[in-house]
Design a protein around this ligand. Structure first.
Ligand SMILES: [Zn+2]
Length: 53
């Protein structure tokens, strides 16, 4: 198993419903996308789905 997996991350904002599809990396269970916040200033209410390539 690779230490650094490339994944597709779908982030849905629970406040405004906006959706972001990002490419990220999963490193030892930690997801790294560089995503900071939604356009509505929401920083933590998200539904996050990940998919391996
Ligand atoms: Zn939002």
């Amino acid at each position: 198993m690779a230490a650094n997996e490339r994944i597709k991350v779908t982030i849905r904002c629970k406040r405004c419903g906006d959706r972001f599809v990002l490419k990220g990396r999963q490193d030892k269970g930690r997801i790294d996308t560089g995503f900071k916040q939604c356009v509505c200033s929401n920083e933590k209410d998200f539904i996050i789905e990940t998919k391996c390539f």
